[in-house]
Write a protein that binds this ligand. Structure first.
Ligand code: GDP
Ligand code: ZN
Length: 321
């Protein structure tokens, strides 16, 4: 348990002392809205929480230690500290802005694509790269399969790179069971362009999800409209699905340029054989990656995504090399 902070005073109520707060439990944050939200106890019971102090930043998916002592009926329990995170899902806030955390402990990233809006494979590669860098497993959900079949020639390569492709339809329900089985007991998030069907799929996987999110957002808003309530919906039988309604079509932040090659599984693999250990696989000689592209062992389109992403992150780094 974190030591008691003596510098903080809540003028409206006497803060519970250290002895009262000795009983500390572990909870899973299932809705986060600024400094308040909802947590789920191991038995599934949900409790409103408030965060102690100003420095603790709590996100959906966080496992938190909280103290119930001192909280009256209907009063929020107090989040004292956060269990170490496996990862954080971040997006760039605005143009060139700092990365902003959306959720913690995300295990599965599902890139939703469809025939309409037209697929953007560079964007897909960007998502898959971000997933790898944060240590999450990724898959592609080809939605609106009732309208158009999976374009196998374009997407065949992804399964070989470790991201299975699930044909699904949020409208007919086709493929939903298989997608749900893939998530297992993990914490998943649906990402992708606006209009591909993320919210429809969310509702197909978690019946009533939109209504639940709206209800939680309403009860936690208290007249403010600036912060987004993110919600972790429980999936029947275990696992969960994250939803951040205000930023459903976000693009995850890529932390640094040097890491990008690790986000492309096949480039990382061939990259071990380059002559220079700091090879960026762009114009260097004796580069096993460029050779593999020339030999058709790495898909030229994927390599192009890598180059574009390297350029993008270089620009936002402000570097000129
Ligand atoms: P989002 O912006 O990614 O959240 O996409 P929405 O869930 O709002 O869906 C965008 C549009 O696609 C809506 O008009 C949906 O009705 C439609 N849509 C979503 N899923 C499917 C599907 O599986 N089949 C068909 N035919 N239309 C779908
Ligand atoms: Zn190289």
């Amino acid at each position: 348990m974190k030591p008691t902070r003596t510098g903080e005073r809540d003028s409206s109520k006497a803060a519970p002392n250290a002895a009262q707060r000795a009983a500390v439990d572990l909870g899973l944050v299932v809705a986060a809205h600024g400094r308040r939200g909802l947590l789920a106890q191991p038995d599934g019971t949900r409790l409103p929480y408030a965060v102690r102090g100003r420095h603790l930043k709590v996100y959906c998916g966080d496992r938190v230690f909280f103290a119930a002592a001192g909280a009256g009926a209907g009063e929020p329990v107090i989040v004292e500290s956060i269990a170490p995170r496996a990862n954080e899902l971040q997006r760039l806030s605005g143009r060139g802005g700092l990365p902003e955390t959306i959720a913690a402990n995300v295990t599965h990233l599902i890139v939703v694509m469809a025939a309409l809006p037209a697929p953007d494979l560079y964007l897909t590669d960007r998502y898959l790269c971000a997933a790898r860098l944060m240590g999450a497993t990724s898959a592609i959900a080809w939605n609106k399969a009732d309208l158009a079949c999976v374009p196998t020639t374009e997407l065949a390569g992804y399964a070989a790179l470790g991201s299975p492709v699930f044909p699904v339809s949020a409208i007919t329900g086709a493929g939903i069971v298989a997608l749900r089985a893939w998530i297992g007991a993990g914490t998943a998030i649906l990402v992708g362009q606006s209009g591909v069907g993320k919210s429809s799929l969310l509702n197909a996987l978690v019946p009533g999800a939109d209504a639940i999110t709206a209800q939680i957002s309403l009860s936690s808003d208290e007249g403010r409209h600036t912060t987004t309530t993110s919600v972790l919906h429980a999936l029947e039988g275990g696992g969960g699905l994250l939803d951040t309604p205000g930023v459903r079509d976000f693009v995850p932040a890529i932390p640094e340029r040097t890491a990008i090659s690790s986000g492309f599984v096949e480039i990382a693999e061939f990259g071990c054989q380059c002559r220079f250990t700091d090879c960026r696989h762009l114009r260097e000689s004796f580069c096993a990656v460029q050779e593999a592209v020339n030999d058709g062992l790495i898909e030229a389109r994927r390599y192009e995504s890598y180059r574009r992403l390297m350029n993008l992150v270089r620009q936002s780094d402000g570097r000129t090399d």
